[in-house]
Design a protein around this ligand. Structure first.
Ligand SMILES: [Zn+2]
Ligand SMILES: [Zn+2]
Length: 200
């Protein structure tokens, strides 16, 4: 392996040593029970009772000749393909969600405007109606007040005439005059009805 090739290896691979870090001795064996490489000292310390220990050359040759390398390569490829697919799907969903959110905001604004327009129109209709009814009632009351003022003048006159009649008229004149005055009094109905609250 050239120095250039060696530098292209991932760091964690470069850090793998053929020496045991604990005892600073070369790995000589492989323990199948603990699934690890061991130096002579390791075997003495921790693997005394382990049955299945083989020289490291046996396990290293097995790796090279086994199908695990191409299988792992295939697994990695599959994993990468699935991940790319999932990533593409997620990005599509994010974009679709953004579009849906924008659409929802537009819809809410549109609905709010419709409700505002409707309420404004309703308010205007009610105000117009109120204005027209108030104006009609006001003009009717003004007319009524004018009529009542005319009647007041007439009644004043009637009172004056009645007083004169009681002082100066004959019995016959009193009889006919009272009848005429009653007629005039009757014509004050409008005022009387208004006073008692009955409809005109
Ligand atoms: Zn060791
Ligand atoms: Zn062991």
């Amino acid at each position: 392996m050239s120095a250039e090739d060696y530098h292209q290896l991932p760091t964690f691979i470069k850090e793998i040593s053929s020496q045991c870090k604990e005892h600073q001795e070369r790995f000589e064996r492989y323990c199948y029970f603990h699934v690890c490489l061991c130096c002579v000292q390791c075997i003495t310390d921790k693997h005394q009772k382990c049955q299945d220990i083989k020289p490291r050359s046996v396990i290293l040759n097995q790796v090279k000749s086994s199908a695990s390398v191409p299988l792992f390569e295939k697994d990695l490829k599959n994993l990468k393909r699935n991940l790319d697919k999932a990533l593409k799907y997620m990005k599509k969903r994010i974009s679709a969600n953004n579009t849906k959110k924008t659409e929802a905001v537009d819809e809410i604004r549109h609905m709010t405007k419709l409700i505002d327009d409707f309420l404004n129109e309703l308010e205007q209709t009610i105000l117009d109606d109120l204005e027209s009814k108030h104006s009609k009632l006001k003009s009717e009351m003004v007319i009524l007040v004018q009529q009542m003022e005319q009647r007041a003048v007439q009644i004043n006159q009637l009172q004056v005439e009645f007083t004169k009649m009681t002082q100066y008229a004959t019995d016959l004149q009193m009889y006919v005059g009272l009848k005429e005055m009653r007629k005039l009094h009757q014509s004050n109905k409008i005022y009387r009805r208004f006073k008692t609250g009955r409809p005109i």
